[in-house]
Design a protein around this ligand. Structure first.
Ligand SMILES: C[S@@+](CC[C@H](N)C(=O)[O-])C[C@H]1O[C@@H](n2cnc3c(N)ncnc32)[C@H](O)[C@@H]1O
Length: 167
């Protein structure tokens, strides 16, 4: 599975997880939208939740958009492909630690890999980050349960358990 990122470059380059993925040869960054290949686009605004059923439709390609959260509005997600939101998962990065849904680019790609039962890929992506392993530990149970679902409606049903605990 290949990981591609459309890189806007408007976030702090020191903290940018996409640039670190590029540095360690773990993702391909694109500075032009037209170069981004078709794939499963990780889009927090998407109506449908990512599920194992999306694996084939995405042609083995995961795509994320790396930009600041301020500019991550719906209109920014113009990449070609199957747009999917990630279900309830909590961030492990120091900026948004413990916050649900607001993942870094590497956390989002790793979460998608886990849901597609590609645990080794997830571990490899997170390896250059000191909090990378924590992301998998914090989300171990939901990631396992999501990977056992067949479609988006089952994912949403599982997610309800975690959302109920939040209230
Ligand atoms: C807004 S950028 C912020 C990146 C941050 N600057 C970094 O250094 O990683 C995070 C990207 O990860 C993906 N992402 C994060 N949380 C997501 C979610 N809940 N559902 C789908 N995609 C998500 C999206 O592609 C999103 O644009």
């Amino acid at each position: 599975m290949e990981c591609h990122v459309y890189y806007e470059g408007d976030d702090d380059p020191e903290k940018c997880t996409a640039r670190r993925l590029e540095k360690f040869d773990k993702a391909i960054l694109h500075r032009s939208m037209g170069q981004v290949p078709y794939g499963v686009v990780l889009n927090p605004h998407a109506e449908q939740a990512l599920s194992p059923a999306d694996l084939e439709e995405g042609l083995g390609t995961l795509v994320a958009l790396d930009c600041s959260w301020e500019s991550a509005e719906e209109a920014s997600f113009q990449m070609r492909g199957v747009h999917r939101a990630l279900p309830f998962l909590v961030a492990a990065n120091p900026i948004n630690y413990g916050r649900p849904f607001r993942l870094t680019t590497v956390e989002a790609l790793a979460a998608a890999a886990c849901i597609f039962d590609e645990e080794e890929l997830a571990e490899d992506l997170l390896e250059p980050f000191r909090w990378g392993e924590t992301f998998l530990t914090l989300n171990e149970e939901p990631l396992r349960r999501y990977s056992e679902c067949t479609d988006s409606s089952e994912i949403v049903a599982v997610q309800e358990d975690y959302l109920a605990d939040e209230e």
